[in-house]
Design a protein around this ligand. Structure first.
Ligand code: ZN
Length: 164
């Protein structure tokens, strides 16, 4: 493997990152070992992926991602559904994501934004929709993805563990 390998589709990239919003509030960060993702497979937001393309190990970047290239603009509001439309054995918490049946029976991701004993408030907007994202990233490693990783659309970790 070459030291000058560049980030491209089909590569597993290890990123160390720190994500803040436009007010400097910390939203998310990787640990020291970084986070692996599969490039070109929608594992990370498009605006960040585009800026990392072609970069190499050791590169540090500051990337500002608009909502359009991040988690989208907010559209529509939340809605309340009866608690008993969820299985009893599911522990519902704010921030949980699940797939609901959208228009035409198409699965649609929704997030839980509120829970009461009788009602659950859900929102189809990603929690970071409408937020300008400021990423500080460093590329720690780049390797070719295995054919299994490409088929699954995500990396399987250094030991090839299956995490799903
Ligand atoms: Zn997999």
């Amino acid at each position: 493997m070459s030291q000058t390998e560049a980030v491209a589709k089909g590569k597993v990239v290890t990123l160390q990152y720190r994500l803040t919003d436009e007010h400097g509030k910390l939203l998310d960060e990787s640990d020291q070992e970084g986070m692996e993702y599969l490039h070109g497979a929608d594992n990370i937001v498009p605006g960040l992926e585009r800026k990392i393309t072609g970069r190499g190990v050791g590169d540090k970047l500051s990337v500002v991602v608009t909502p359009e290239e991040g988690y989208g603009k907010r559209s529509g509001g939340s809605q309340k559904v009866p608690r008993d439309s969820f299985p009893d054995d599911v522990e519902l918490e704010v921030g949980m994501q699940f797939l609901a049946e959208g228009a035409g029976g198409k699965p649609m991701p929704v997030w839980v934004v509120g829970v009461t004993p009788t009602e659950v408030e859900i929102d189809a907007n990603h929690p970071l929709a409408g937020v300008t994202l400021n990423f500080e990233v460093e590329i720690l490693a780049i390797r070719p993805a295995t054919s299994e990783e490409i088929a699954h659309g995500h990396p399987h970790g250094p030991e090839g563990h299956h995490h799903h």
